[in-house]
Design a protein around this ligand. Structure first.
Ligand SMILES: C[S@@+](CC[C@H](N)C(=O)[O-])C[C@H]1O[C@@H](n2cnc3c(N)ncnc32)[C@H](O)[C@@H]1O
Length: 414
């Protein structure tokens, strides 16, 4: 079988990070404080994170969706402002997103190859990997996956097509991505009935007027059809209600099709390039367990705020020990307790992106019992947090994140 080789290619080997539990988030207080959720959102380099998960999760993950940098040699800033005019990029409020810059293709393959190999180890025997790329690197990836999974394990080469503006005038507009789906074995999960879609009204009409239209085969028009391996979903830029501002965010409908087809309720779904947390959000909305991981603090933060707005499933937040989030300590006069509600200094609200409270601060793991995030539309974040239970004599901790990503922790009473 032909293999892809390059000068710096070495056999993939795990390099485990030490992971530290930073907080447990109970969205809207759900499950607080009794449950110990398995769902995880992890900040760290995924090679080190996946290696650290191997002892517990080798052969345990039912579905992995991977949407790595595409080898575009661009930088992708995050839009942190709200409601900006899309036609005036010079006015957008931007922060660091993630780079997709490589000195050469070898460096890119050195990143991708060992990660795909560990994903293969983490997958359950009946599991599937969906690798999302485009024309920049999908041809290399196909050969790598043939090598790691075996060429017979290619389930589908899915083409996701979309519309959008483009400056290209000397070639056809490049408006599709490629998603390579590989299964770990011949016995894999595929729930065809969960992803059927209605037949085209023209097809229904044709069969109504002439049952012979299918050369003797009459499809079950009621049940719907198995989707083709080319999919149309609008990109997130056009779906304002999903847009977080995190770059290259994928549509929930795309992840929904993948998750419904290739996992069952209760299964474990992982995304080690999670970006804005699309996979884990959709997974939890469909009663799957999840592991989400990204190297960028902004991605993990965006995923957290998205989860608390879109799902009430509790989850843990961990970080690679050397990526401990830096937090300033704030004066406890910034918050005050009014009845069963915590209120924040009104001056701070304008610049605030997220805040949360632990009702019984023990000095180690932050157990987030109530949270508020800045709404997507240009409305202020709530400066009041209703607490799910009275504080009593306990010491509480409040964590704040402002829109520039500066994090502060306040212990109250100080
Ligand atoms: C294409 S984006 C993912 C977008 C995501 N699917 C979504 O819907 O928002 C790629 C992500 O991979 C992350 N990334 C790149 N290299 C990584 C690494 N070594 N470990 C973990 N995450 C990484 C980037 O920070 C970026 O958020």
């Amino acid at each position: 079988m032909p293999h892809l080789t390059w000068d710096s290619k070495i056999p993939p080997k795990p390099v485990a990070a030490e992971l530290k539990l930073d907080s447990i988030i109970y969205p809207g207080g759900n499950g607080y404080p009794g449950t110990d959720p398995e769902n995880q959102l992890i900040l760290g380099d995924n090679l080190a994170v996946m290696s650290a998960l191997l002892p517990d999760y080798e052969g345990q993950i039912d579905l992995i969706y991977a949407d790595p940098p595409f080898f575009t040699n661009k930088r992708y800033p995050v839009r942190v402002g709200r409601d900006e005019d899309s036609r005036r990029p010079q006015e957008w409020e931007l922060a660091d997103g993630y780079p997709d810059h490589w000195p050469n293709v070898e460096a890119y393959l050195d990143m991708l190859y060992p990660r795909l190999a560990i994903m293969h180890r983490l997958l359950a025997t009946h599991g599937t990997l969906y690798l999302h790329l485009d024309w920049h690197a999908d041809h290399y990836a196909r050969l790598l996956l043939d090598e790691i999974f075996g060429p017979d394990r290619l389930l589908n080469e899915i083409i996701w097509v979309y519309h959008g503006p483009s400056p290209i005038r000397s070639a056809f507009n490049r408006k599709h991505d490629t998603i390579l789906a590989y299964t770990k074995s011949k016995e894999y999960t595929f729930n065809v009935d969960a992803v059927r879609e209605p037949y085209n009204p023209k097809t229904i009409k044709t069969f109504a007027s002439s049952p012979k239209a299918g050369f003797g085969k009459v499809p079950d028009l009621e049940r719907g059809k198995v989707p083709e391996d080319w999919w149309y979903f609008p990109v997130v830029a056009r779906l304002h209600n999903e847009r977080t501002g995190y770059p290259t965010q994928k549509p929930q409908a795309l992840l929904e099709r993948i998750i419904l087809a290739s996992s069952n309720p209760g299964d474990l779904v992982a995304d080690f390039f999670c970006g804005a947390g699309t996979t884990s959000l959709v997974a939890s909305q469909h009663q799957r367990r999840f592991i989400a991981n990204d190297l960028s603090w902004r991605a993990v933060h965006t995923s957290r705020t998205r989860h608390i707005a879109g799902s009430d499933t509790p989850f843990k937040m961990l970080n690679e020990i050397n990526l401990r989030p830096e937090r300033l300590s704030g004066g406890s006069n910034v918050v005050k307790l009014v009845g069963s509600q915590l209120e924040i200094e009104p001056d701070l609200v304008d610049n605030l992106d997220y805040w949360e409270v632990d009702l019984d601060w023990g000095g180690e793991v932050f157990r987030s019992a109530a949270q508020a995030a800045r709404p997507r539309k240009k409305e202020p974040i709530s400066g009041e947090l209703a607490l799910p239970e009275p504080i009593g004599e306990k010491q509480i901790a409040v964590r704040l994140v402002n829109i520039d990503g500066i994090q502060t922790q306040i212990v109250y009473p100080g």
